[in-house]
Design a protein around this ligand. Structure first.
Ligand code: ADP
Ligand code: MG
Length: 379
């Protein structure tokens, strides 16, 4: 008998201390229940009314001149806050695009492009989906397989795809499933936009990267609408457009995985994604108190146990940040630092270790503060 625990994160990374109320952004724990949305009552009708009808979303103007919208998509809470003359239209266009991506990449909808590929092992995908897949496969290569989109059957075996039937699969079962996780078996014919999976037992899931891809796209939309400033949180994955309207940098707080009451650190940023992965986001606990979480080590088929409690990635590129937060969490401290050294021009990172050391890459020296930890920089 295992006790399922699902942390429902309204906003795992608290955004902009100045602009969002603290209470609205704290995580909400919901024990022994299947996932439940935590929406302010004003939003409940909107969310329930339709996942596709963007007109049902109210975009609320705030006193500070911004437009604000909340929605539930990709199995998580999302918030968008945007400044500028066309903020309302921009926010609605962003909601529409988020819903489109939600449909494209959902493993729960049988007609999504991911489900179609998983069922038929061959599919023509829209350009956006091809772009995500290309980036996911590039990360598979550059991280020596730590980022692996073919772990879906393994996640399913653990119960993380339903969040209700948690179990610990046997070693023989996991060894059999690991045989079908070689991403070289995913063949991409870019010109035809065709994807083929040559292993009949492989199934993929882009959940480790799509939210970052989506926040990138939302920033592009905001720029197309000429917005002067914006901040979005897609289930705690934060991305900001430019600076705050007053010209100062955005402040993005990183959640402490072991202490809900205190932030680990605050990052100052402009035009950046700040994306965190941690074993505390979705997990269950067995009778012995052992925690099993949703980020899998492709080498073992078990939840990654690399000595890290969370990894944050700070980058211009949300897709990269999302994929890498998952990958470096799997790789662990030493390999994550090595990886950063080889790619320091594309991202910065914060590693929080299980002995509670707060490590940050050198690029963050003037951008990170912590009230609770001494920051240890690496170069
Ligand atoms: P979240 O999506 O919860 O914010 P992540 O970005 O770290 O957190 O993604 C975790 C999700 O990615 C899992 O729920 C699963 O769908 C998928 N996943 C798990 N392990 C891996 C891995 N090693 N490589 C790629 N994707 C993974
Ligand atoms: Mg990720």
């Amino acid at each position: 008998m295992h006790i399922p625990i699902r942390k429902i994160i309204f906003c795992t990374i608290m955004i902009t201390l100045a602009y969002f109320s603290l209470s609205g952004c704290m995580p909400v724990t919901n024990a022994t229940e299947s996932p439940k949305t935590v929406l302010p009552s004003s939003m409940e009708n909107n969310a329930a009314a339709s996942k596709t009808d963007v007109a049902t979303y109210s975009v609320n103007p705030s006193e500070d001149g911004s437009y604000y919208v909340e929605l539930f998509a990709m199995d998580t809470e999302m918030t968008l806050k945007v400044y500028g003359n066309h903020g309302r239209e921009a926010a609605l266009a962003a909601v529409r695009e988020i819903q489109r991506f939600d449909h494209l990449f959902s493993t729960g909808l049988s007609d999504s492009c991911v489900s179609t590929l998983n069922a038929q092992k061959k599919a023509i995908w829209p350009e956006d989906a091809i772009t995500v897949l290309t980036e996911a496969l590039a990360l598979y290569k550059s991280t020596d397989g730590a980022f692996n989109i073919s772990l879906y059957p393994i996640n399913q075996a653990w119960g993380f795809t339903s969040d209700t039937d948690y179990r610990i699969p046997g070693d023989t079962e996991l060894e059999a499933l690991i045989q079908h996780t070689n991403c070289e078996d995913i063949l991409l014919q870019e010109e035809e936009r065709q994807v083929v999976i040559s292993d009949p037992d492989m199934e993929i899931d882009l959940g480790g990267i799509v939210k970052g891809f989506t926040s990138n796209r939302v920033m592009e939309i905001f720029e197309e609408y000429g917005c002067e400033s914006a901040v979005v949180s897609l289930g705690g994955n934060v991305q900001v457009l430019h600076r705050k309207p007053d010209g100062s940098l955005w402040k993005i707080a990183v959640q402490n995985p072991v202490d809900d009451g205190n932030y680990l650190a605050v990052i100052q940023a402009e035009d950046k994604a700040v994306i965190t992965s941690g074993g505390y986001e979705r997990y269950f606990v067995d009778d012995n108190g052992t925690v099993y979480h949703h980020i899998m080590d492709p080498a073992t088929g078990y939840p990654a146990n690399s000595g890290l409690l969370s990894v944050s990635i700070i980058s211009d590129d949300g897709t990269l940040a999302d994929g890498l937060s998952t990958a470096l969490f799997v790789l662990g401290e030493e390999k994550a630092i090595d990886y950063w050294r080889q790619h320091a021009d594309t991202f910065d990172t914060i590693l929080y270790t299980d002995d509670h050391r707060l490590l940050a890459s050198g690029g963050l020296k003037d951008r990170i503060t912590s009230d609770t930890h001494a920051v240890i920089f690496f170069e």
